[in-house]
Design a protein around this ligand. Sequence first.
Ligand SMILES: Nc1nc2c(ncn2[C@@H]2O[C@H](COP(=O)(O)OP(=O)(O)O)[C@@H](O)[C@H]2O)c(=O)[nH]1
Ligand SMILES: [Mg+2]
Length: 173
Amino acid sequence: MQRQNRAMIIGGIDAGKTTLTDALLKRQRKRKKIKTQSLIYDDWIVDTPGEYTENPLYYRNLMATSLEITHVLFIQDATNRKSIFAPGFSSGINKLSIGVVTKADAEQADIDHAIHLLKKALVRGPIVITSAYTGRGLSEIADLMKLNSMNEMKKYTESSESEDIIYHDIMQS
Ligand SMILES: Nc1nc2c(ncn2[C@@H]2O[C@H](COP(=O)(O)OP(=O)(O)O)[C@@H](O)[C@H]2O)c(=O)[nH]1
Ligand SMILES: [Mg+2]
């Protein structure tokens, strides 16, 4: 992992941001039940409270934090029918966007619907299907974090054999 690259994880309350953070950082600690109350900087990830994405009053916090990161992970819970991102939300943050579907392992998961929701939130970028429980999609996120441009992420996605990653571009759909 290139140390200068850092991701901010954003998405609704209970979308699975903290559990995904722990899985990506291989943290064993059981903090799943604990609500994230503030920005948490840990290694190459900045975990955020769901309120920061859900409540526009906090957008200034997201904008300030975005100055310190290179990538934004937009989290969509596969078990949630709804998106909390406004259409084109990613255009408000001038960093490399990655869409992430979480909880792909869950019985009620609707992965196709979650991808559909992320396509509305993201202008362009890779979308990765993940489960923090099974580890699905985590290596793809780690790989994308080494890349430094949208073009590199596009090429990576298009040459990947993985079924857990697709590339989305609003201009090509
Ligand atoms: N099935 C499944 N459930 C998950 C997964 N990740 C998180 N969860 C569930 O979602 C709840 C909320 O997760 P959390 O990481 O705290 O969400 P956050 O509010 O976005 O940080 C957890 O208590 C877990 O029950 C996953 O990969 N698979
Ligand atoms: Mg959390």
